[in-house]
Each structure stands twice: as C-alpha cells, then as structure tokens.
Design a protein around this ligand. Structure first.
Ligand SMILES: [Zn+2]
Length: 352
C-alpha cells in the first residue's frame, strides 16, 4: 500500500478487502429512489502534510511514491479536472506526540510542540487557499502536556471549526478511567467552544470488546447530547473485518438506546473512509465480497443521515472510494444519492 503508512514506525490501521456483491435483502431499499450514482461532492477526511512532517518522515527512512506537492496540498481532491466541491482537511500533527515518532526524531518537548503547531498551521493555511471549499481541523496528541495549549492556539489563530483526536497514535487505553475522564474533559472543552470533533476511535489495543466501546460512548460522549462528533473509519482503522464491525455495531446499538431514552444525538456521525479496501493495505487484506456485503448492511442500518462520505486522501482517492462503495456494497443507487448530498455542518457553514 501507500508508503506513507508503510513504515513500521507509523500508525497502522487494520484493514481488509475483497470483492463486491449484491445484497438481495437490500433490494427492498424502497426508501431510496433509484437514480444514477454520480460522483462524490464532499470529502470529510482529507489529510494534508506539512513539508516539515514530510521531511521528518524522510529523515527516518520513509519513502514517498509521489512528489511532495501531492501530500502538502489539497489539489488532488479540490483541483484538477474532477474537483470535489468541498473537503475537510485533517492534519497529522498529532503524530509528533506519537512515542515512536518523537523518540525516533529525538525531539525535546519544546520541539515537539513547535512542530505540532507548524503542522497545524500548514494545514490551516492550505484550507485558507480554498475559500468556501475547505475547512481545517486542529490536531495534537491529546495525552501530551501541551495538547490543550496547542488546541487553543490553533483554533483561535485560524478560527478552526474543530479538533482531530487519534486515540491509537496517543497510546490511549479505554480501560483506564483516568483517560476516559480526561477525554470527557477535552470534549467538554470543545463542546463549550462550539467545536466539532473528529475521532480516530480505534485504539488498536488487544483485549478490548463491545463493553469498552459502549463505556466510551456513555462516559465520554454521553454528557454532551448535541456534540458534533464524527467517528472516523466507522470506528475501525481501515477495512471491515470483525473488529471494526463490532465497534460500529456497538456505537449504533448505543445510539438506538439513546434514541429510546429521548436523545436523538443527531450530531454523532461516522465517516466511511478506508472501510472498504480495494487492495491489501498495511498487511490487512483487501475487503472480501462477504465483508463488503456486511458493510452494506451496516451502512443501511446506520442510514445516510449518520454517515459522511470520506476517503482518507491522499492515501486513497475519493473517486475510487466512491466507486468501490457504490459497486461492492450492494446498496441501492438511491442510498448514494443521499450520501453524496450529506455534508457536515462545518462545511455547510463555509459554503458560499
Ligand atoms: Zn486519516
């Protein structure tokens, strides 16, 4: 797969792939009109790397398959001959707090914080290059001592609409009550400022199961019924094998229970990026036909209102991701008409 993530030092996702197929049970998707499936309009998970991060990775032996320009700007999504209308730009600034990366680079705490800030600034400046079409979140390793200071600085300086948290990169432990409390505080801080939050939830730790997901939902998201929070990759780290399926299912079960209790939680959404792998990626095999069918069933259960189209560019291409989902999940064309028009409030607000 993409060398960007191939280096053993970098954060792995678990992924998986296969071939698509039709779901007879979905033929009854009468709620969705049969219209032609067209191109995506919005991409809610587009990574932009600063030249500093590219340089730092190269210094550690990571090779990049394309020219730097492909990684440091959003042109592959917003420019070119088939531009998408809008994109949410997601920094990888949190990686500077990642233990392997910062130890590999031998960064002092001050250098780590400075490079995190520079990375966020690059992505925010890139968003500013696309007025009305791109919004950039602010990212930092949430467990590092400077995290709150950097979030505050970044959202203030750039009027950023949200935060990106990566639980795996930070070495988060969902069975640690102290960490759950700290995450709850951080989300409370974001919520009080009207910020949206994009969470790479999957901590990529062994020994976790559905109750841990449910506890996270109840204890971390629970106190903020109107929080705008998106769970990246449907709760996994790429692919749709057993674990991401259990996580997504656990979140959907929790949302069902919340609805029964009178809390709609319409701000809780899931981005579909990297869930359907066309090819093997980072050691996770391509998504199988059976997995693609399961993905289709679960996406139908969630419904388009809970979903945001996203690709995880530049690792994956949004148009390819769209075609894969449209041809392999067995979902009716009308589902994709609805999904195509789904846009997060942070993009809605900047639209001209
Ligand atoms: Zn990502």
């Amino acid at each position: 797969m993409h060398p960007l993530y191939n280096h053993p030092m970098l954060i792995r996702r678990h992924v998986r792939t296969s071939f698509a197929c039709l779901l007879p049970s979905l033929a009854a998707g009468a709620a969705f009109a049969a219209e032609p499936v067209s191109e995506p309009r919005f991409d809610h998970h587009v990574h932009v790397l600063g030249p500093g991060l590219v340089r730092d990775w190269k210094s550690l032996g990571v090779t990049f398959s394309r020219p730097d320009a492909h990684y440091v700007a959003a042109d592959s999504v917003l420019g070119g001959e088939q531009p998408l209308e809008q994109a949410l730009l997601v920094p990888m600034a949190h990686l500077y707090g990642n233990e392997e990366l910062r130890l590999g680079l031998k960064l002092s705490l001050a250098e780590e914080q400075a490079r995190t800030a520079t990375e966020n600034d690059h992505v925010a400046a890139e968003a500013a290059r696309w007025p009305g079409r791109a919004a950039a979140f602010c990212s930092a390793d949430w467990r590092r001592p400077y995290a709150r200071e950097e979030f505050e600085r970044c959202v203030t300086r750039w009027k950023s609409p949200g935060l990106k948290l990566h639980l795996a990169s930070a070495g988060s432990d969902l069975q640690d009550a102290g960490q759950l409390a700290a995450l709850r505080d951080l989300l409370g801080w974001a919520h009080a400022r009207g910020l949206a939050v994009l969470v790479h939830f999957d901590p990529q730790r062994r020994g976790l199961d559905v109750p841990d997901v449910t506890r996270f939902a109840a204890e971390v998201l629970g106190p903020y019924p109107d929080l705008d929070v998106t769970i990246a990759h449907l709760g996994g780290s790429g692919g749709y094998r057993a674990w991401p399926r259990r996580v997504f299912g656990a979140f959907l079960d929790w949302l069902d229970a919340e609805k029964q209790a009178g809390r709609a939680r319409s701000g809780v959404r899931f981005d579909v990026s990297a869930a359907l792998l066309e090819k093997e990626s980072e050691g996770v095999p391509a998504t199988t036909d059976a997995e693609a069918a399961e993905l289709g069933r679960d996406l139908l259960r969630a419904g388009p209102a809970r979903l945001l189209f996203a690709s995880d560019a530049p690792v994956f291409d949004p148009r390819t991701t769209w075609t894969q989902l449209a041809t392999r999940t067995g979902l009716p064309a009308g589902f994709f008409v609805a999904l195509r028009d789904r846009r997060a409030p942070v993009l809605e607000r900047i639209a001209r």
